[in-house]
Design a protein around this ligand. Structure first.
Ligand code: COI
Length: 366
């Protein structure tokens, strides 16, 4: 199954220690708050390589206070979901894309390589063990959080000689309080999320921790999320923790679904990629990855060319955007005025795939 050229742990060596006291499952689906009974953990050291993977009851980590993941943010994570379909089977949605992105983030963070298929098989077994935590509901899923941290216990800023890869699972309802309602964005060009040559295209914790101050300002001004801009022409990059899409009649008079191009500042989201592939397959309008600015968005809005704006991400899925506060103006985005036709169509088609109603090679059975 795996790639023998990469020194890696093997799923065949997995050791499983089942919990003797499984927790009572509550109907609490607030994102990221209720964790399942087990975790996967795999240790690595420069001298010994990868240890055999271990699934064990979920417990706290024990880290040296000098651990460089805590001091310098040498860490990364992923987010993917398992869905219980109408047929009662659990499915993972395009998990190899997450494994692939995780391997790329690890390379950028100077954490060791691993075999992506072997990790996926370990995760599959973890989800299988905790499968009773996933109810059948279109609004609930199991969020899978692979995490990879330096376990170096020294204050030197250097490539880790010890690392921990672990995976935890939690119940996931809607990420925002009410997913059917459009969210509002605060666009203050004094903040930027990422920059050319940085790590904005990797899933590293620092890309998120560094956003809290601006996020807090957004809430203070009555918005839910930040619209991340970059540079002098206020280039549109991301929205909150999501990729962003504009559905409009573009400057050339063509109907277009546009999203910022992957220029190193934008996270290559799995949902982003899926929206692009899905809508390109429809072949009903132009689908573009392009440079987008606030100037273009404002002109389109003024000339009534802007139809819908939405965010995409694993946690939030597809999320309509109804308002952008920018340079003292409250821009009303007509995303929900006509019942978000494209937004809801995309959301429905993706949900049908994730829950197994539409057969697709985008899902794998657990
Ligand atoms: C995801 O959509 O999976 C994310 O990573 C968002 C997360 C930071 C809550």
């Amino acid at each position: 199954m795996g790639d023998a050229s990469i020194p890696s742990f093997k799923a065949a060596d997995l050791v499983i220690q089942l919990s003797s006291a499984p927790k009572t499952k509550l109907d609490v689906f607030a994102f990221g708050t209720v964790f399942t009974d087990h975790m996967l953990i795999i240790e690595w050291s420069f001298s010994g390589g990868w240890e055999p993977p271990l699934i064990k009851p979920l417990e706290n980590l024990s880290l040296h206070p000098a651990c460089s993941a805590l001091h310098y943010g040498i860490q990364l994570f992923e987010g993917l979901k398992a869905y219980r379909g109408d047929d009662n089977r659990l499915r993972l949605f395009r998990p190899m894309l997450n494994m692939n992105r995780m391997a790329k983030s690890a390379r950028r963070a100077c954490l060791p390589a691993f075999d992506q298929s072997e990790l996926l098989e370990c995760i599959r077994q973890l989800v299988e063990i905790d499968q009773d935590w996933v109810p059948h509901s279109d609004s609930v899923s199991l969020y899978i959080r692979p995490t990879f941290i330096s376990a170096e216990s020294s204050l030197g800023v250097k490539k880790p000689t010890r690392a921990l890869l672990y995976v935890i699972l939690c119940q996931a309802g809607s990420y925002f309080n009410n997913e059917t309602q459009a969210v509002s964005l605060w666009a203050n060009p004094k903040y930027t999320r990422a920059w050319k040559g940085g790590t904005g295209d990797c899933k590293m914790g620092g890309n998120y921790g560094g956003t809290l101050f601006a996020q807090h300002e957004a809430v203070e001004y009555g918005c839910q999320q930040v619209l991340w801009l970059h540079g002098e022409d206020h280039q549109i990059t991301e929205a909150g923790t999501m990729n962003i899409f504009l559905h409009w009649i573009n400057e050339d008079g063509e109907e277009e679904l546009a999203t910022p191009l992957l220029d190193g500042m934008v996270l290559p989201g799995v949902t982003r990629q899926s929206v692009l592939e899905l809508t390109r397959k429809w072949a009903e309008f132009k689908v573009a990855e392009r440079y987008l600015t606030m100037g273009q968005l404002c002109s389109a809005l003024k000339q009534q060319r802007l139809k819908e704006v939405f965010g995409s991400g694993t946690a939030c899925m597809i999320c309509p955007i109804g308002q952008i506060v920018y340079q003292g103006e409250n821009l009303h985005i007509p995303s929900q005025d006509k019942n978000s036709r494209l937004t809801s169509r995309i959301a429905q088609e993706l949900t049908d795939i994730q829950y197994g109603r539409t057969p697709s090679d985008w899902t794998i059975l657990v």
